[in-house]
Design a protein around this ligand. Structure first.
Ligand code: KG4
Ligand code: ZN
Length: 330
């Protein structure tokens, strides 16, 4: 069975071909560069770029997989949450293909896609487990009772973790998206240079806006010079504060729900220091932490295809009147 996955919910135009439930035959992601000069995603520009890129990206996914359109058995496409104009491009394209090829298609929640990204790397994983989705738009802790049966036990009360990386990177004078640059600078910095605050939020929820404000005030009080002399230390001190919160809450949820696996996905999961700390702290408690490979951490269509294949095999499919959902819960 060959599934074509399509993902256009934000600023990545992505298409992938999945064979069976986990063999990724191709995974093409075209990241839109147009947004970097604005320091964030401009929705109108994102939609226009998706329109320009969707056909070449899907063609490339088919070429790399060495298949033709006629070989596809089903289509999975992100139908939310995300930017409505962006989702609409992928969704309409998928509907058109489905109608033209007379094959089923299914709309997939982007967050369920992130949960399935780990399954592509660690197919042996069985629910129940805790899944953390840590990206530019989300910081969620999900209890996966069964595939398809999810309970969001915690999320951010304000900024997402990736958003905090992006905003602080901007304060540090680093380009968007900020996560990769902050990680790179952190490698040569001291995490204990400044003790930025860790939000004291009850339960499994997060808050990162206070941390961002603390960085802002620190830079204001110390002046521009500190950025020049201690950028690596500042990056490392900020990153350490985010990692502390993520690791603490993720492990707390796993312990309280008595599960022995935590999966972590989303752009921030590609941060090596986060992965290292999560794996070692969880490991000490006998909990296995699983992170997908780098290209499956950030937004991609292979994870959408994996979630779609699971649902299509369960006999589900979407009708032509399915709408895009800018907000959508698991
Ligand atoms: O999952 P993703 O590609 O897109 C969504 O937001 O859905 O995640 C992008 C986010 C950005 O905020 C980016 O700064 C962050 O993930 N990110 C990182 C790293 N790589 C990407 N954050 C920390 N460390 C990284 N290495
Ligand atoms: Zn995402």
């Amino acid at each position: 069975m060959l599934t074509l996955g399509i993902e256009t919910s934000c600023d990545e135009t992505a298409a992938a071909v999945l064979e069976g439930i986990r063999e990724v035959r191709s995974n093409i992601v075209s990241s839109q560069l147009v947004h970097s000069k604005f320091g964030g995603v401009v929705p109108e520009l994102a939609s226009r770029d998706h329109i320009r890129l969707i056909v070449p990206v899907v063609k490339e996914a088919l070429d790399v997989a060495s298949i033709r359109l006629e070989n596809i058995d089903g289509i999975a496409v992100t139908c939310g949450p995300g930017l409505i104009g962006s989702i609409l491009v992928g969704l309409c394209f998928a509907k058109g293909l489905s109608y033209g090829l007379k094959i089923p298609y299914i709309g997939i929640n982007h967050l369920e896609g992130h949960i399935f990204s780990t399954i592509l790397t660690a197919p042996e994983i069985e629910p129940p487990f805790i899944s953390m989705i840590v990206s530019g738009g989300h910081t969620d802790i999900v209890y996966v009772r069964e595939f398809g049966d999810y309970e969001t036990v915690g999320s951010t009360l304000d900024d997402a973790a990736g958003e905090a990386f992006d905003k602080v990177a901007k304060l540090y004078g680093l380009p968007y998206p900020g996560g990769p640059d902050i990680e790179k600078k952190s490698q040569k910095g001291r995490p204990d240079f400044v003790r930025f605050p860790r939000a004291n939020v009850p339960g499994y929820d997060f808050s990162f806006s206070g941390l961002k404000t603390a960085v802002l005030y620190y830079l204001r009080d110390k002046g521009e010079e500190v950025k020049k002399e201690h950028l690596e230390d500042l990056a490392s001190s900020f990153q350490d504060a985010v990692i502390d919160s993520l690791v603490e809450k993720g492990i707390k949820a796993a312990k309280d729900r008595a599960v022995n696996s935590i999966t972590v996905s989303g752009g921030v999961a590609s941060n090596a220091a986060f992965k290292e700390r999560m794996c070692s702290d969880a490991g000490e408690l006998g909990i296995r932490a699983l992170f997908p490979s780098q290209e499956l951490c950030t937004d991609n269509a292979a994870m959408i295809a994996a979630a779609g294949r699971y649902r299509l095999e369960n006999g589900e499919s979407s009708s032509m009147d399915l709408k895009p959902f800018p907000r959508m819960h698991l």
